[in-house]
Design a protein around this ligand. Structure first.
Ligand code: PCA
Length: 211
C-alpha cells in the first residue's frame, strides 16, 4: 500500500466581527485527538492577515511540501460544511484584516484565472451525509482571507506553495447561548473535519494505486 499522504490542515484565528473562530478549536482538537487520521498530518492556525498568510504558506510549502492541503475558515452564513468549488481571483473585502489592513478591491494575480478546488468534493459530501452531518455547496468563498488563501493555494503563480490537491471548506459559527440557527457544536465540527480529511486521504490513496 502506498505511504499515507502528507496532509496540511489549516484554520484561522479571530478577525473583526468574529472574536471566536471555531476553526481554531476544531483544528486543535483534531491535532490533539486520537491519531487515527490517515497520513502524515500537519496542522496550522493562521492569523487572518494579508501579509502573514502568503509568508506562512511559503514556509509550509518548503518545510512540509503537502500532498494535500485542506483549508478551513468560518462563515457566519455557512449551512453545515460548505464545500467551496471555486477560488476566485479577487479581493473584495468589506472589512480590514486582523492587523487593520484593508486592501482596495483588486485581483490577486494580474490576469489570473479562477481555479477550481481539487479536493474530492463529491466524496466528502457523501461521507458527511453518511455521518448525518450537514453540508452545502458554494462557488464564492467571499472576497476576504478565505478566498485569498484558497486562491494562493490553487494558483500556479504561487509556485512556492503548490499542493497538488487542495481546497477550502467553510464552517458555521460555534453553538452556544445566543448562537444562530446554523451554528454547530464543536463535537460535530471536529467529527466533520475528521471525515473531510479521511475522504481526502482515501481518494489520494486510490489515485496512487491506479497511477
Ligand atoms: N473566515 C474569513 C477569514 C478567516 C475566516 O475564518 C473568511 O471567510 O474570509
Amino acid at each position: 500500500m502506498a505511504a499515507g499522504p502528507r496532509i496540511l490542515i489549516t484554520g484561522f484565528g479571530p478577525f473583526p466581527g468574529a472574536p471566536v473562530n471555531p476553526t481554531a478549536a476544531m483544528i486543535e482538537a483534531l491535532a490533539a485527538g486520537p491519531s487515527n487520521l490517515a497520513g502524515e498530518i500537519r496542522t496550522e492556525i493562521l492569523a487572518v492577515e494579508y501579509d502573514t498568510v502568503p509568508r506562512r504558506l511559503k514556509s509550509l510549502g518548503a518545510e512540509f511540501a503537502p500532498d494535500i492541503a485542506i483549508h478551513f475558515g468560518l462563515s457566519a452564513r455557512a449551512e453545515g460544511f460548505t464545500l467551496e468549488r471555486l477560488a476566485r481571483n479577487e479581493i473584495a473585502a468589506d472589512r480590514p484584516d486582523n492587523s487593520g489592513t484593508q486592501p482596495p478591491a483588486a485581483c490577486i494575480v494580474e490576469s489570473g484565472d479562477d481555479h477550481p478546488s481539487t479536493l474530492p468534493l463529491e466524496e466528502i459530501a457523501a461521507a458527511l451525509a453518511r455521518a448525518g452531518l450537514p453540508h452545502s455547496w458554494s462557488d464564492d468563498a467571499g472576497g476576504y482571507l478565505c478566498n485569498y488563501i484558497f486562491y494562493l493555494s490553487r494558483s500556479p503563480y504561487f509556485a512556492e506553495y503548490a499542493p497538488p490537491v487542495s481546497g477550502f471548506v467553510h464552517v458555521p459559527p460555534l453553538a452556544g447561548e445566543g448562537a444562530p440557527a446554523n451554528s454547530m457544536t464543536l463535537e460535530d465540527l471536529v467529527a466533520g473535519a475528521h471525515i473531510v480529511v479521511t475522504a481526502c486521504a482515501e481518494d489520494w490513496r486510490k489515485r496512487q494505486a491506479v497511477a
